[in-house]
Design a binder for this molecule. Structure first.
Ligand SMILES: NC(=O)c1ccc[n+]([C@@H]2O[C@H](COP(=O)([O-])OP(=O)(O)OC[C@H]3O[C@@H](n4cnc5c(N)ncnc54)[C@H](OP(=O)(O)O)[C@@H]3O)[C@@H](O)[C@H]2O)c1
Length: 318
């Protein structure tokens, strides 16, 4: 019987991870404790068998210690895409540091940590540098650690293809920053399967796995595909670097959930594709799913108006 604590379970990847963990045990083994700051965010997860919702601030050591009680495996999915240096530090570095200490105190050894492809101490963005420091903090502790580094993740509730599909319903022409940036998109279900397989495969302890799909695309190609599949095909205009940064700066100033930041553009200066130096999902026996076999289905059946409503609702919440 394995008891899990999933941090960041209420997010896009977290939902699939919880479903996969339930599927793994047939809903009959152990317990999946999901941590959340706001109970309503976890309501959908509570419907899954063996899921227990724990509400509290995981940046508080006492709360974290309580959540770790009777836990065998911790899965950390907590992250932010936009923020100040201090916010990235708190969420991507301090939290893994504190989690490592809390796990050692609680006698929890197995940790699966989701980072990001391109994480490096000398990476061009705050996001990627802080992700690298978070990985390092966990590696420095005597834990049974597996790190996963995904490229951009797609799936029904993604904030990548859905975002561009939404924008294409508004603009007759889409001016795009970092149009040549390269990605190797991976399906959320494949990432969740990878996490579930790591749980059952002790040979993955100590590994850093790159999670990438079968093909590399430029950002411009991905945006054009999102337009074609959602029925809003529009011309996409690649912006020169300076204009792209200016556009991102303006977006940082807009109220509500941030769509883009200069730090995102900095992240895209390095290709988010498999390095070839680290094992990939084939190491876990996962044959990755092509974008073309999943994304047209979920982009196609939601109308532009519905997608915008969902975005407005998220912006109010965020
Ligand atoms: N999505 C991608 O394309 C992608 C690509 C590469 C790597 N990744 C990595 O995959 C992991 C999961 O990503 P995701 O797309 O599922 O992200 P997400 O949807 O934004 O979810 C992030 C989760 O972290 C929680 N969280 C954020 N800030 C927090 C804070 N200050 N304190 C406590 N909890 C906090 C959120 O809780 P609330 O629900 O309360 O906000 C949410 O559960 C992350 O490590 C991310 O860096 C994702």
């Amino acid at each position: 019987m394995t008891n899990f604590l999933v941090l960041g379970a209420t997010g896009f990847v977290g939902r699939s991870v919880c479903e996969k963990l339930v599927e793994r045990s047939g809903g009959a083994d152990g317990r999946i404790r999901v941590a959340t700051r706001r109970f309503p965010r976890a309501r959908h997860l509570q419907l899954l068998p063996t899921v227990e919702v724990a509400c509290g601030d995981i940046h508080d050591d006492a709360v974290l210690a309580r959540m770790l009680r009777d836990t065998d495996v911790v899965i950390n999915l907590v992250a932010i895409l936009h923020g100040s240096e201090a916010e990235f530090e708190r969420v991507h570095v301090r939290l893994p540091e504190r989690l490592a200490q809390a796990c050692l105190k609680a006698g929890v050894r197995r940790v699966i940590h989701v980072s990001a492809l391109g994480a490096a101490l000398d990476a061009p963005s705050k996001y990627l540098r802080s992700k690298a420091r978070g990985e390092a903090a966990l590696r420095a502790a005597s834990l049974a650690l597996t790190v996963l580094r995904p490229s951009v993740i797609f799936g029904e509730r993604d904030r990548f293809l859905n975002l561009f599909a939404s924008l294409l319903t508004i603009f007759p022409i889409l001016p795009l920053a970092a149009a040549k940036a390269r990605f190797q998109p991976v399906w959320v279900d494949d990432v969740a399967s990878a996490i579930a397989r790591c749980v059952d495969d002790p040979s993955t302890i100590g590994l850093t796995l790159e999670c990438c799909g079968p093909r590399v695309y430029s950002l411009k190609e991905l945006v054009e595909l999102a337009g074609a599949w959602s029925g809003s095909a529009r011309p996409v205009l690649a912006l020169p670097a300076a204009l792209g940064r200016l556009q991102a700066f303006v977006m940082e100033l807009l109220p509500g959930r941030k769509l883009m930041s200069r730090d995102n553009i900095d992240s895209m200066r390095i290709a988010s594709v498999a390095s070839g130096k680290l094992p990939g999902l084939d190491r876990l026996g996962i044959e990755t799913t092509p974008l073309e076999s999943v994304a047209p289905r979920y982009l196609g059946h939601v109308s532009g108006e519905k997608r915008l409503e969902a975005w407005r609702a998220r912006a109010r919440r965020g």
